[in-house]
Design a protein around this ligand. Sequence first.
Ligand code: 5GP
Ligand code: MN
Length: 334
Amino acid sequence: MKPISALFPSLLTPQKVAITTHQKPDADAMGSSLSLAQYLSKKGHEVTVISPTNWAGWVNWMPGAAAVINYEQQKEKADVILENATVLFCLDYNDFYRTMTMATKLAQLTCTKVLIDHHQEPAVDSFHFGVSDTSKSSTCEMIYDFIKEAGDLSLIDLPIAECLYAGLVADTGSFRFASAHAGVHIIVADLKSRGLDHGKIHEGLYDNFLENRLRFIGHVLLHRMEIFYEYNTALITLSKSDLLKFQIKTGDTDGLVNYPHAIQGIKMVALVIDRDEERKWSFRSKGSFDCNTFARTFFEGGGHFNAAGGKSSDSLDKTVARFKEIIKTQSSLI
Ligand code: 5GP
Ligand code: MN
């Protein structure tokens, strides 16, 4: 994989660009894809954003979201766009398997493939150009860097600023995590100087749910959260019947994994959701417990040091029982 700067000469002529991101795109995945799309369109390229799956309703306020193609719903149309693309961007993921059913198609494409991502252990051989940097707070920060390196900061208008800010807020836990380094705040200052109304973005991300989601959180914290003080660990288990009863949709469970961290002494939180195809895990830690290694070792996953995900093909009961056995062996680390 060559450095991203080596890509710039080929962007001097108009390209057919496909921008892709991971399944169930979150604010950083969507924000980075949409901001890059708007920037490249301004530069004269023909750009389409393709998401492997659907996304949370609260992402829809983002400028450009209405034009995003859902691969699961419009596979034929998306396949044609991918086949005709001259440049493929892969944002906020670093291995094709994170795009679910789109993965085989992406691997087969012969166009120029570009990675911009901040997760650990990138599949660098899959990409011709790119930047993979785990010290970056978010992929949105990296898109800002990309535009800056191209000498085009003046092209960042309000819609682009809004998309970038959404990813910065979401991936830094509202500027709380260690990843919110000084450079992040300098970017925010620049976005503010371009007219950004930051309060509007926080509302779009965090005050944009339906009543059922808040009732669901109440139910989960009361009945579905277990605390293991001896291991400084909390576990939330979400069954299919709970999801059905509260009419939970994509994105409604985002952020739930952070709630138990409000309890004194809790250093690690695990949340498992019973999905049709798999049991999907989220792991969040404070301090020195490495969620990425934990997810990779025990649950076929990965991510960042303090935030990672994984999966299991066992039943919900079995995967929860396995987790409870595993944390006993990890207790010295938590
Ligand atoms: P979340 O818990 O929000 O789904 O994911 C937390 C972090 O871990 C995100 O950065 C996400 O990209 C990553 N992640 C989630 N699931 C997986 C997985 O199955 N494999 C890998 N490599 N990373 C994952
Ligand atoms: Mn991200």
